[in-house]
Structure formats: structure tokens, C-alpha cells
Design a binder for this molecule. Sequence first.
Ligand code: SF4
Length: 161
Amino acid sequence: MYALHHALDRHIPIWPALGKALRNTPGVYKVFTAIERRTKRELFGCRMCGQCALPVTAYACPMTCPKQLRNGPCGGVNPDGGCEVYPDQRCVWLMAYERAEADGKTSDMRRLQRPIDQRKWGQSSWVNYWMGEDEGLWTAEDVVMQPRLDHEPLLLDAQKP
Ligand code: SF4
């Protein structure tokens, strides 16, 4: 999947051109989106949020989380790794971490995902990607590790000198 994503990189001119052509022919766009929906649903359980996070979640779809959390687990994960809401379902963020670890991609787990544009549900995430409309969807991989230098440490009264 990583190799496929690399081959479909938006910086290869043919892909934005295809995205534009699809946008300009609504009937073909509809067919393309239906194929994407079917394929990604089978492979990843895709919900068609239109702004795909898969490349940085080790191809575990965060929208399959009942709470649709895009920045890690909720804290209610059961000791056996089961979901708090649906105990028979394994926490998608646990799966993401395990897969990332197996692929040497755990640094992706330190990215922050920005909120999605709710108006894009049902749209082709491939076309949105090729057209640059999901630019900045996630931060650099080391952002969680960066210390905040823009404020003084918060001290309780009893801790103040
Ligand atoms: S487009 Fe959205 S719902 Fe579909 S696989 Fe990607 S993140 Fe999940």
C-alpha cells in the first residue's frame, strides 16, 4: 500500500490532471467514486470521509473507530485490546500502532491529525488528494515530541518560589 501510494503521488503531473478531468465529467467522477468506495470498503472498512488518513495510520482507517477519533485511542480500550463501545472489535488505533511498528513507521503515530472538513463526506479522497485539497491534513511526524517554548510552565501556587 505504501508503494501504491507512492506511485499515485500527487506531485506526478498525470494524477492532478486526472483529478481535474474527473471533476469536469460528473458522470465519470461518480463511477470512479463508486469504485473507490467499494474497493476501500472491502480493504479498509472505509467510510468515505473524503480526506484519507490511511498513509499515516499504517492503513488502519480511523473512521472505523465508533468515536471516529483521528488522534489515537480514547483511553477506554479494554485490557485485551477490545473497543470500549464494541468489545468484539479490536481498537483500530491498537491495530494502527502494531502495523506501524511492524513496518518501522511508528514515527507516524506522533503526527497530529487536523479536523476534517465535514462537507467532504462521500467525495473521492483520491481526487481530493490529487487536487491538493487535503494539504496539511496531518503535521510533521515529530510534532508531539516538540517542547512548547511559547509559555512559562504552569505552576500551582504552592510550587511558586
Ligand atoms: S477516506 Fe476516510 S473513511 Fe475512507 S479509509 Fe480514508 S480515512 Fe478511512
